[in-house]
Design a protein around this ligand. Sequence first.
Ligand code: AMP
Length: 126
Amino acid sequence: MAYTYDDQNIFAKILRGEIPCTKVFESEHTLAFNDISEQAPHHVLVIPKGPYVCYDHFASSASDAEIIDYTRAIGSICKQLGIEPGQAGDGYRLIANSGADAVQEVMHLHVHILAGRPLGRMLASG
Ligand code: AMP
């Protein structure tokens, strides 16, 4: 089944400037802003500007330019936050919830960057 993008989702409204966000980074194809309900001292959401529902949709349908821009943006934000392990930062976790089992709440691709405290094991048990 092909993806259908609903442009009334909250991140689409942020992209159109209809609701505010605390911007962290912006490039040609990518926007990043603080999560409104932060789970760690650094909790940034990184979204493509294009209409992609989730990660595999983006990976199969976005242009090379969009994918490169998005990937480089995540690297730039990690650098901006000073969390890169290779630069003496304390590290981070990337999460891209996709679909029902992952409890994706907003149907516009977003990667969570979480950092600034020990984040525990990858998944909570149960
Ligand atoms: P997910 O479960 O991966 O779909 O996560 C959606 C995330 O979007 C949650 O962490 C929410 O706190 C966050 N969120 C929802 N509305 C906003 C908003 N207006 N600005 C920033 N983050 C938001």
